[in-house]
Write a protein that binds this ligand. Structure first.
Ligand SMILES: CC(C)(COP(=O)(O)OP(=O)(O)OC[C@H]1O[C@@H](n2cnc3c(N)ncnc32)[C@H](O)[C@@H]1OP(=O)(O)O)[C@@H](O)C(=O)NCCC(=O)NCCS
Length: 158
């Protein structure tokens, strides 16, 4: 279903498309500057998914994560509304998790809105578990965040 699409590291030329998706995806979007800033951080990784040809710079979705020491923190993930339910987020997340593992991550973690059942289903299908809750974490709706983690070292002990 996602044949013909490739995942690559984002560059400055991708920021406009990423930001357009961000504004369509979130109630309180990140600023354009935030995406530019991420590209400048050594520990930050921005992956995009899009067609290999004939529009190699087109972006349909993105994933941003940090790897600091042995922890991966997933900061942002979105897919263009017209291209959802085609497995794009699943591909991005699989690639991001694999890259983080290669870089030495033993634990991945993220926050997700309690109402965001779509994203929770995605993360849980990768083995993320709910380990906590941050009350009224989101300023816009005062909604709680669920804290999800995936602990690879735990998986190795089984
Ligand atoms: C969450 C989001 C990234 C999923 O992207 P997507 O490309 O449509 O997801 P996929 O097609 O890869 O779906 C993978 C799995 O996620 C879950 N999922 C995705 N969308 C879902 C929905 N609307 N309802 C329920 N489960 C959903 C399912 O488990 C799905 O597996 P399945 O298709 O085999 O049932 C997308 O809906 C989005 O951009 N939402 C707005 C931004 C956002 O909430 N980002 C996450 C912040 S933590």
């Amino acid at each position: 279903m996602t044949q013909g699409l490739i995942i690559r590291r984002a560059g400055l030329a991708d920021v406009s498309a990423i930001w357009a998706i961000e504004k369509a995806a979130f109630l309180t979007p990140w600023s354009r500057w935030s995406f530019l800033a991420e590209l400048g951080q050594r520990y930050s990784h921005t992956l995009v998914i899009g067609p290999a040809a004939p529009h190699p710079r087109q972006t349909l979705g993105y994933l941003i994560f940090w790897v600091v020491l042995d922890e991966m923190h997933i900061l942002n993930l979105a897919v263009h509304p017209k291209h959802r339910r085609r497995g794009l987020a699943r591909r991005l997340l699989a690639e991001g998790l694999a890259q983080a593992r290669t870089l030495g991550a033993e634990l991945a973690w993220l926050e997700v809105r309690t109402s965001n059942l779509a994203a929770q289903a995605l993360y849980k299908s990768f083995g993320f578990r709910e380990v906590g809750r941050r009350p009224r974490y989101y300023d816009d709706t005062r909604e709680d965040a669920l804290l999800l983690t995936l602990d690879w070292s735990e998986a190795g002990k089984k």
